[in-house]
Design a protein around this ligand. Structure first.
Ligand code: IMP
Length: 436
């Protein structure tokens, strides 16, 4: 069994909790795209883990975790994270963490280029995490990137760093920033890459063998559907493919071996960074946005940036459901809406006077969307920790059913708080019973 878990909105839907909840049912947990731009918070009892690069499964000592070929890996961030969770009592050895030999490395000049590119864009900046993700993927697509397997050869690493830095420094200097030195980069990277060596694996072969041995594999998407470089709100996107198709390419697993796709959907929307956000709560709704931000702790788990908050957008979430082929949905953070009198749901887009319920591609259209709302009554009572759907207030049940109808996918699980047991299983038989 191979399952993919994907955020349906702009990220931060609460994937960390859901992956952690399901981890027991899987043997292998893998990421297939992105890098340390992600930020998953996972709570286990008293312990809180913030993971950026490693799959959430890493905190379970009996799981094997994989960083797939579609990822971009910053060696320093990789070991900082390993050392940090070791301090929290979780040991990570090469036996249970595999890094694809085909993944690409993020180098110090990628980070510098990310800064330069954002400065250059000025008012039109993307609002990236400034971790060098975009420039590393640009080098990959430009066929000059440094793959893990090649970095293991000191001569090749030196050659590639020197060649790439020449070009990078020209751009960095053009914008008045400090050029980088290849000897310093190599001095920093060489010991890190040596430390990485035992983790390096031909991971697509590893997956093929795991499948033959009937192991259960969970592929954990980072970022989310609307940040997908092909299908998201381009150009305000990340530089990889978090969507279901990306899982096949980024893990090196044949598409027809994937048995199911679970969408993670939050009861409202948020976005970090710039870019179109049709249902964003602006000045008039600042009070509600503030309430949601505080109740939902909507601050970046790594960057601590306050997240922009908005109403549920059924148009873009339905688009995500179609694009990824969601078999079921885990609906998160229902309790965050407990205090609201009324809740709006966007059911259509008005673009220049015409109404549509499909996702526009043109950035000018994306900017001009005026959401068409339906308003539902709130439930004004405490749902935190509820574990039984029938015990939810009637209006909360109605809200959940309304979202499911509009998105066109059955909801299998509802999260009513950050802890593992603060969960409602609506349909345990969903997706081969892996909610049971
Ligand atoms: P980048 O991935 O750093 O290039 O950033 C591109 C866009 O993706 C920016 O809007 C970021 O805020 C957003 N982004 C990247 N990673 C995450 C994430 O894990 N959660 C939410 N947004 C993210």
């Amino acid at each position: 069994m191979i399952i993919v878990i994907i955020g349906a909105q702009w990220g931060d839907e609460g994937k960390g909790k859901v992956v952690d909840l399901l981890a027991d049912r899987f043997d292998v947990i893998a990421r297939y795209q992105g890098g340390h731009n992600a930020g998953h918070s996972v709570y286990v009892g008293e312990r809180a883990f913030v993971l950026r690069l490693l799959p959430s499964g890493i905190i379970h000592p009996d799981k094997v975790c994989v960083l797939g070929n579609g990822m971009v890996i910053e060696p320093k961030a990789f070991f900082e994270e390993i050392d940090q969770i070791a301090e929290q009592g979780v040991e990570v050895s090469p036996e249970r963490l595999k890094v694809s030999s085909r993944a690409h490395l993020i180098m110090p000049y990628h980070k510098a280029l990310d800064h330069t590119s954002e400065e250059r864009l000025g008012n039109e900046k993307i609002g990236t995490t400034l971790r060098g993700i975009g420039p590393a993927y640009e080098d990959k697509a430009g066929r000059r990137g440094i793959r893990v397997a090649d970095a293991l050869s000191p001569e090749l690493l030196k050659l590639r760093v020197e060649r790439n830095l020449e070009e990078a420094n020209r751009i960095i200097a053009l914008f008045g920033n400090q050029p980088l030195r290849s000897d310093e980069i190599l001095e920093e990277m060489t010991p890190l890459i040596e430390r990485l060596r035992p983790f390096v694996t031909e991971t697509s072969h590893f997956f093929a063998e795991a499948k033959k041995a009937n192991k259960k594999i969970l592929l954990e998407g980072a970022q989310a559907t609307l940040l997908d470089v092909d299908h998201g709100t381009y150009p305000y996107v990340t530089s990889s493919n978090p969507t279901a198709g990306g899982a096949s390419v980024g893990a090196g697993i044949p598409p027809h071996h994937i048995s199911g796709v679970l969408g993670i959907v939050r009861t409202y929307a948020t976005r970090v960074g710039e870019g179109p956000f049709p249902t964003e709560m602006l000045d008039a709704e600042e009070g509600i946005a503030h309430l949601i931000r505080e109740r939902g702790n909507e601050y970046g788990s790594v960057t601590k940036r306050p997240r922009r908050c908005g109403w549920f957008d059924a148009v873009s979430t339905r688009y995500a459901a179609e694009l990824n082929g969601f078999d079921s949905i885990a609906l998160t953070k229902l309790d965050v809406l407990d205090e609201l009198d009324e809740i709006k749901v966007c059911v259509g887009y008005d673009i220049n006077g015409g109404t549509t319920n499909t996702m526009p591609a043109a950035s000018s259209d994306l900017r001009q969307i005026k959401p068409v709302y339906e308003t539902l009554p709130g439930w004004k009572s405490d749902t935190v920790g509820t574990t039984d759907f029938a015990k939810l207030p009637e209006n909360a049940q109605r809200y959940v059913n309304f979202l499911s109808e509009r998105v066109g996918v059955e909801i299998g699980l509802i999260s009513t708080g950050p802890e593992r047991d603060q969960t409602i299983i609506i349909n345990a038989s969903t997706m081969d019973g892996w909610f049971s």
